[in-house]
Design a protein. Structure first.
Length: 182
């Protein structure tokens, strides 16, 4: 740790909510400058995301209803990492379930914090290439309301620039995948 960057001292930790996908806690901290305060945090196991690319160079996205924003958002397929599951296993399962494809070639693009101001969630991003369409319809979870959308990289970039609702994890992952797209 760099000199002068001591971690804050945890004085009290309170769990306010234990959910299926995340927990919400409030921590009372004393900072190195002796100031005290409460910090709220969403504890999340992390998520895995794929930037799926068809052999024709089209990106496979979903337009998904999101309750928090009361509308549909354009996103790459993604899912929560389950206990004792590696992110790569998560995303292989998710693209089959959400969009009905299996990828022959994978590349890890990177990982990043989604919203570090209030959550510890990490997104593990992968490029999924040489997609094979499965002859079975996608199996979406009961709490999912989505449609599959095919776009060229240029169409997605234009949608982002035009202000179409696209979530941050998809924009970030698209940026990481851009050097590998035609």
């Amino acid at each position: 740790m760099a000199p002068g960057l001591e971690p804050p001292q945890l004085l009290k930790q309170r769990l306010f909510y234990r959910g299926h996908k995340f927990n919400f806690e409030v921590n009372r901290l004393r900072l190195p400058n002796q100031a005290e305060g409460d910090w709220e945090c969403v504890r999340h196991p992390g998520g895995a995301l794929a930037v799926p690319v068809t052999p024709e160079g089209k990106l496979v996205l979903v337009r998904q209803y999101r309750f928090a924003v009361q509308g549909r958002i354009l996103e790459f397929p993604a899912g929560t990492v389950e206990p004792n599951e590696e992110p790569f296993e998560t995303i292989k399962r998710e693209i089959e379930e959400e969009i009905g494809y299996r990828a022959q070639n994978w590349k890890k693009l990177g990982e990043f914090f989604l919203a570090p101001g209030y959550s510890d969630e990490i997104i593990y991003a992968f490029l999924a290439q040489d997609l094979e369409y499965l002859d079975v319809p996608p199996h979406q979870d009961v709490d999912e309301d989505m449609e599959t959308v095919l776009m060229t990289p240029q169409e997605l970039e234009q949608a982002i620039l035009n202000g179409e609702p696209v979530d941050a994890k998809s924009i970030s992952s698209f940026l990481l995948a851009r050097p590998f797209l035609n």
